[in-house]
Design a protein around this ligand. Structure first.
Ligand SMILES: Cc1cc2nc3c(=O)[nH]c(=O)nc-3n(C[C@H](O)[C@H](O)[C@H](O)COP(=O)(O)O)c2cc1C
Length: 204
């Protein structure tokens, strides 16, 4: 753990036009809503020693990228490839991981990004935490576009931002609440793991 009674959850994201940044802020708010957890928002386009130090310090890392051309953004992938030194040392081994993405279309191939983010985490030996919400909205005839997980994702949090709306107006509130859920779920899991590891260490 980073501090005696607290876990640190990093939200490491890229956003070209601000929509995924709003989603990232909602993930961080969800983390902060859990007593004993604190969120660290990290823009992965600033690749410097402070970024690597913050990620090394974190108990969990939640990765976020917009969906561009059915993939994570080039800027996010630059960060992913720059993590090769950490990979060599397996520096993130045993940390929790999760992911989120935002795009303009309802589908837009967002799942390809979450799949890629989970593979990235697996390469680092991290433990992936899925969204953990039932699908909303069109899953049932009486569903609503205001439902949590309205886009019906399992692997991570999805958000949708119409291409002609700025980040002041999108993603939708339901998607931001879904992002908050992911942050809270990862923070809770990070506390459980940290306390469990401490208990195991004490029992030995
Ligand atoms: C280069 C580029 C490629 C894009 N590709 C997709 C795509 O594959 N699927 C989709 O639904 N939206 C796509 N979009 C729309 C973005 O995902 C959408 O505008 C999103 O809100 C941008 O997030 P950001 O503001 O965090 O950059 C693309 C946008 C750009 C600029």
């Amino acid at each position: 753990m980073s501090m005696s009674s607290e876990v640190s959850v990093a939200v490491a994201f890229h956003s070209g036009f601000g929509h995924t940044a709003r989603q990232a802020a909602a993930v961080a708010a969800g983390v902060e809503a859990v007593p004993g957890a604190r969120a660290v928002l990290l823009d992965v386009t600033v690749i410097d020693d402070a970024l690597w130090a913050a990620l090394a310090e974190a108990d969990a890392i939640i990765f976020g990228s917009p969906t561009y051309m059915g993939s994570q953004s080039a800027a996010f992938q630059t960060f992913a490839e720059a993590s090769g030194g950490v990979w060599t040392d397996q520096g993130w081994q045993g940390k929790l991981a999760a992911g989120f993405t935002n795009s303009a279309s309802v589908n837009g191939d967002k799942l390809a990004v979450l799949t890629s983010l989970s593979l990235f985490a697996a390469q680092h030996g991290m433990t992936w935490v899925p969204l953990g919400l039932p699908p909303g909205w069109l899953f049932r005839a009486d569903g609503s576009a205001d439902d949590l997980n309205r886009l019906g994702s399992f692997l991570g949090a999805m958000a949708q931002s119409p291409s002609d709306l700025g980040p002041d107006a999108a993603p939708a509130d339901a998607d931001l609440r879904t992002a908050e859920h992911l942050g809270a779920r990862v923070a809770t899991a990070a506390l459980e793991v940290a306390h469990g590891r401490r208990a195991l260490a004490g029992a030995r």
